[in-house]
Design a protein around this ligand. Structure first.
Ligand SMILES: *Cc1c(COP(=O)(O)O)cnc(C)c1O
Length: 339
C-alpha cells in the first residue's frame, strides 16, 4: 500500500476511478450480504427503473486525513438516516443504517491510497447511492435494487476555494412545496441541469432558488444550503420543508450556538431582506462553506462585504474544517475513525 502519485493540491472536482467499490443487491425482499468489487461499471436491463423512471437516491460524504494521520469520516450516521428517509419517499427499501456505515468504512479502507494527505486541501469524496435495477414498463417502483458506494479524490468544489463566488437568482423552480426537495435524489438534479448550464455560461457558480409557491422566500442553491449573517453578527438560516436537510448546515448551526457563542435564527428568510445581510455563504459537503461575494438579481447586484471572506463565515469555516481535520476537538460522536 502506498499513496497514489497525484498532484493532490490540484486534482479538481471530477470523477476518477479508484480501486474498489461496495455493492449489495436487493432481491426477493432482502439485501444480500454485499461486498467489495473491482468493476466500476453496472450492467442493467434497458428497461430498469433507473433507465426509464429515474428511481435513484444518493448521498455525498468525505473521508479526511487528520493532522495525526488518521482517516476519518464526518457524522456518517446522519448520511445513513437521511438516505433511509430518501428511500422511503422513493419507494425503495432502506439500506440498514448500521450496514451503510460499515459499507462506507469498507470502501474507504479499500481505497486508503486514494485518501489525499493532510494539508493538501483535498479529500476523498464518497458517493453511496441506490438505483432501481429491475425492469418496468408501466410506471411502478422496481422490485430489485442495487446499493453501491464508490469513492473519488477531490479538491475544492468551487474554483478559487475560499474566494467569494457569485450566484444568480433563478427563474426556474427547484422543488414544489409538497415535492421531493427534502430528499437527496438524482431527479432534483436532472431538472436543474438546464439552468445550471445557463448560470455557468453567464459566469455564476450556482443558481439561487426562491420558494416555488410565492417566489418570496430564499430556499437554497442547486447543491448547497444558504447561510446569512446579519450586521450584528447573528447567523440566519433559511427554514423550509422543500430544502435538503444539509448535514454541514446542521453542524454549522450547532458549532455557532454551542462552540462559538453566535446567536442563530432558523426561520423563513424573505428574499427582500437579503440586501440587509452582511455575509452570505453556501454550505454542503462538497462546498464546505463557500462565501458568496454577490448575488445577481436580474441585473441588480446585491453585494456582501468588500470582496474578501466575512469574519463570521471565516470563523465557521475554520472551526468546522478544524473539527474535520482533527485540530479542534469535535463534539461527541462527530468524527468516525476508519481503522
Ligand atoms: C447534498 C445537498 C446539500 C448539502 O448537504 P450536506 O449534507 O451538507 O452535504 C444541499 N443541498 C442539496 C440540494 C443537496 O443535494
Amino acid at each position: 500500500m502506498s499513496k497514489k502519485d497525484l498532484d493532490w493540491a490540484n486534482i479538481g472536482f471530477q470523477y476518477r476511478v479508484t480501486d474498489k467499490r461496495y455493492v449489495s443487491n436487493y432481491k426477493d425482499g432482502e439485501w444480500d450480504e454485499g461486498g467489495l468489487i473491482e468493476d466500476p461499471t453496472i450492467t442493467v436491463s434497458e428497461s430498469a427503473n433507473i433507465m426509464q423512471y429515474c428511481q435513484e437516491i444518493f448521498e455525498g460524504m468525505k473521508a479526511y486525513t487528520t493532522v495525526d494521520g488518521k482517516i476519518v469520516t464526518f457524522r456518517p450516521d446522519l448520511n445513513a438516516s437521511r438516505m433511509a428517509d430518501s428511500a422511503k419517499r422513493m419507494v425503495m427499501p432502506p439500506f440498514p443504517e448500521d450496514r451503510f456505515v460499515e459499507a462506507v468504512d469498507m470502501t474507504v479502507k479499500a481505497n486508503a491510497d486514494w485518501v489525499p494527505p493532510y494539508g493538501s486541501g483535498a479529500s476523498l469524496y464518497i458517493r453511496p447511492f441506490m438505483v432501481g435495477t429491475a425492469p418496468v414498463i408501466g410506471v411502478q417502483p422496481a422490485s430489485e435494487f442495487q446499493f453501491r458506494v464508490f469513492t473519488t479524490p477531490v479538491g475544492p468544489y468551487f474554483k478559487g476555494g475560499a474566494t467569494p463566488v457569485a450566484i444568480t437568482v433563478c427563474d426556474y423552480d427547484r422543488a414544489a412545496p409538497h415535492g421531493t426537495g427534502y430528499i437527496k435524489a438524482g431527479l432534483n438534479y436532472a431538472m436543474s441541469l438546464y439552468q445550471t448550464v445557463e448560470a455557468h455560461k453567464n459566469g455564476f457558480a450556482e443558481n439561487m432558488y426562491l420558494d416555488a409557491a410565492e417566489r418570496k422566500y430564499v430556499e437554497e442553491t442547486g447543491g448547497s444550503n444558504i447561510l446569512f449573517v446579519t450586521k450584528e453578527g447573528k447567523l440566519v438560516v433559511p427554514k423550509s420543508n422543500s430544502i435538503l436537510p444539509s448535514i454541514t448546515r446542521r453542524s454549522i448551526v450547532y458549532v455557532a450556538e454551542n462552540m462559538l457563542g453566535i446567536e442563530v435564527e432558523e426561520r423563513p428568510v424573505e428574499f427582500a431582506e437579503v440586501p440587509d445581510f452582511a455575509e452570505c455563504g453556501l454550505c454542503g459537503t462538497a462546498a464546505v462553506i463557500s462565501p458568496v461575494g454577490w448575488i445577481d438579481d436580474h441585473g441588480e447586484k446585491i453585494v456582501f462585504g468588500d470582496g474578501g471572506v466575512g469574519p463570521v463565515t471565516a470563523k465557521l469555516y475554520e472551526t468546522l474544517t478544524g473539527i474535520q481535520y482533527g485540530t479542534i476537538e469535535a463534539p461527541e460522536g462527530w468524527i468516525h475513525e476508519i481503522k
